[in-house]
Design a protein around this ligand. Structure first.
Ligand code: G3I
Length: 324
């Protein structure tokens, strides 16, 4: 049978999926693993390589999960993305502490990045170095995370510099949501990364998360934004794609709309050699973060349904890959 991976491979394109927590607890079923390696050539951990998992206590690094995924990727000829080094969520309590001095938090951050990126050197081909640092509603556009509050905006440049020192070959990304099309947030992201380029900071690209809803996607705006980032000399990647449907409205028509949207996005990716990955945020609807996050107002956002049956959206992505 035909697979996404087969056609993506022919076109030398990266197509991937976020790997669920159960994989790291040996709780993933055979069907899940089979689909994962047959259909995709790239993986990223949905949660397991975030700081709360990697350095739960200060100075105690836990590499087992990251190593497990890196080993799986290597065994199956897949690439791995690293997600994510600096974020305001899913950091251990001891780190998320604005009582630490600036000097101390800087050294915590430097040690974290140097240790984690160094450990996975050559295994992770691209890192989300800084995730979701922009809040376009703040006067200065910086989210008031512990990093911003204690260190100031310079933490972003520093994180990229340290990551680059630890693995000069890894691609380094700034990653965010809601900044896919042309809007106030993507303008702020653009200003941030333009400034970084001007200052000679080693940033390779911008991750566009793409947590979308059926019927609410601005495809032309997305293309324009991708183009302006390319004009800055940056790659783009679609890093966390899912397209949810309102609960109660899952029917043949909305599943078809969802499929068409996935197809259009796959086409945008395939037509743009500067958009270097197409990553879907989960494999089966059974494991998606969307229902619990939305209080069950939305769901069914992925390519496989809860029973691992391929949905219309799967076939649309496959068709785009075949036609590309
Ligand atoms: O591990 C605990 C478990 O012990 C407990 O029983 C359970 C009860 O709720 O919670 C579990 O933790 C959850 C964790 O996922 C692991 O499943 C958290 O509550 C839950 O908030 C957390 O959600 C993750 C979310 O990031 C956190 O903000 C999602 O799985 C993950 O998909 C999501 O991923 C983010 C990207 O990293 C960045 N971009 C946005 C994207 C979606 O929010």
């Amino acid at each position: 049978t035909e697979t996404l991976r087969e056609y993506a491979g022919k076109r030398h394109r990266n197509i991937g999926v976020a790997v669920h927590n159960s994989f790291f607890m040996d709780g993933t079923n055979e069907q899940y693993l089979k689909i994962l390696k047959e259909e995709f050539n790239t993986v990223v951990a949905e949660n397991a390589t975030k700081p709360y998992m990697m350095e739960p206590e200060r100075g105690t690094f836990v590499f087992s999960r990251a190593d497990k995924l890196a080993g799986f990727a290597e065994q199956n000829g897949m690439k791995m993305r690293g997600h994510c080094l600096v974020w305001h969520k899913q950091i251990p309590k001891w780190m998320n502490n604005d009582q630490l001095s600036q000097e101390e938090l800087l050294s915590v951050l430097k040690e974290y990045i140097t240790t984690v990126v160094g450990h996975l050197k050559g295994k992770v081909y691209a890192w989300d170095v800084v995730n979701e640092a922009i809040d376009e509603n703040e006067p200065d556009h910086y989210r008031k995370s512990v990093w911003m509050k204690v260190i100031g905006p310079g933490y972003i440049d520093s994180a990229f510099v340290w990551a680059h020192q630890a693995d000069p070959d890894a691609l380094l990304f700034y990653n965010d949501y809601g900044a896919e099309a042309m809007n106030a947030k993507s303008d702020a992201v653009y200003e941030l990364v333009k400034g970084m380029k001007d200052r000679g900071i080693p940033i390779d690209g911008v991750g566009l998360q793409c947590h979308f809803q059926v019927g609410k996607i601005d495809f032309d705006g997305l293309k324009k934004n991708m183009q302006r980032l390319e004009d800055l000399g940056l790659q783009t990647q679609i890093t966390e794609l899912d397209i949810s449907i309102d609960t109660g409205k899952e029917n043949a028509q909305t599943l078809k709309q969802q499929a068409d949207a996935y197809g259009k996005l796959a086409r945008i990716w395939l037509e743009d050699q500067n958009c270097t990955a197409f990553m879907i945020w989960g494999l089966s609807d059974q494991y998606s973060w969307i229902p619990s996050f939305s209080n069950n107002k939305r769901g069914t956002p992925l390519l496989w349904d809860e029973n691992f049956n391929k949905k219309p959206a799967y076939y649309q992505v496959l068709n785009q890959l075949k036609e590309a």
